[in-house]
Design a protein around this ligand. Structure first.
Ligand code: ASP
Length: 340
């Protein structure tokens, strides 16, 4: 019998329709148990921790990330794996953040949820939860097959810090175009062994510090000087700059001077692309060469969700801006691939 710990944070999976307003509102875990009587027939001993209150994931925040990490740390030795039921809207942010907070994992932490509530006839909740439980308990030679934080949705297992929600309409809600799918569930669950994290021999360390002083500058043709200044002058330590194509920006001297001023004042500026597939390649075009010269940092192929959460994590752990700048450009949990 496998021991699985379920952390229930909320999300559509356990929502019901309010009869008066017609909107979906979170409901407690009893609703899931009621709709899945098979749970008690399975070869799992389930322990459930429900957050109070349970939330729509649009209300996710750093204090809940830290609480989730602590629950896993406190129960780590007692369970074979962990399943986190979570709304899909911000699941990729939470999975990314947990991947950084939980270093050296040798057990699976599987995020899942659904697009339709578990009480609906055509729900995807049942498949997702059952498959997540199976993956959370899967072992080979006595060791967990999955040793990282993942997202399981619509029969696909993704590395958490490589995925993002790309579809709010289909059951196939997530993608991770810059990293292969870790496993696919059909009649059998097939693991893509070569791309799985292997943390054998590493120490499991839970980190408890987050510093959310991160800003975002999304560029678009015609963006005003005032908008750029407002972001660059805000009270943050780092700014994720979402650029064009392989990391390109306009080359106007006033723009580069503003960026350089912010960098000189001690802020980190991280270049990630607005493209969902591919990587930043600083210096490939003239339009990104100037950025390299003034010290803009390379975000390579990180997702936006990972860039933001990784900065919050690094800033929580490290005081020195130079060190944050160094580590943001390294792969810590398989979240980026370098191309230079
Ligand atoms: N709004 C919901 C949430 O993220 C959507 C979902 O669960 O899929 O909590």
């Amino acid at each position: 019998m496998y021991n699985i710990f379920i952390i229930y944070t909320g999300g559509t999976i356990g929502m019901v329709k309010d009869s008066e307003t017609g909107t979906f509102i979170p409901f407690d875990f009893k609703l899931i148990e009621k709709n899945l009587p098979d749970l008690s027939r399975l070869n799992y001993k389930l322990t459930v921790h429900s957050f109070d209150p349970i939330i729509d994931s649009s209300n996710m925040r750093p204090s809940i990330w830290l609480e989730m990490a602590k629950i896993i740390k406190d129960n780590y030795e007692l369970y074979d794996g962990f399943v986190i039921l979570h709304g899909s809207d911000t699941m990729a942010y939470s999975a990314s953040m947990l991947s950084f907070l939980l270093e050296g994992l040798q057990k699976p932490v599987i995020f899942s949820g659904s697009q339709l509530p578990i009480g609906e006839i055509r729900t995807d909740a049942r498949e997702n939860l059952m498959t997540a439980l199976e993956i959370a308990s899967a072992k080979k030679d006595g060791k967990s097959i999955i040793q990282e934080v993942c997202i399981l949705f619509d029969n696909k297992l993704f590395r958490g810090n490589r995925s993002f929600k790309y579809n709010s309409d289909k059951f196939e809600a997530f993608r991770s175009p810059n990293y292969p799918v870790l496993a696919e569930a059909g009649i059998h669950i097939r693991y893509n062994d070569e791309v799985l994290a292997n943390n054998e021999g590493k120490d499991f360390i839970c980190h408890y510090h987050i510093d959310n002083r991160v800003g975002v500058l999304k560029l678009f043709p015609g963006i005003s000087v005032e908008t750029i200044k407002a972001v660059l002058n805000s009270d943050v330590r780092s700014i994720v700059m979402e650029t064009f194509g392989s990391g390109n920006t306009m080359t106007d001297s006033w723009f580069l001077e503003l960026l350089e001023g912010a960098i000189k004042s001690g802020k980190n500026i991280l270049d990630i692309s607005q493209c969902k597939v591919g990587s930043v390649e600083l210096g490939r075009y003239e339009t990104s060469q100037g950025l390299q010269c003034i010290g803009v940092l390379n975000g390579y192929d990180m997702t936006f969700e990972t860039a933001v959460t990784k900065l919050m994590y690094l800033q929580g752990e490290i005081e020195s801006q130079e060190e944050v700048a160094h580590w943001i450009q390294q792969s810590l949990r398989g979240e980026l691939t370098k191309n230079d």
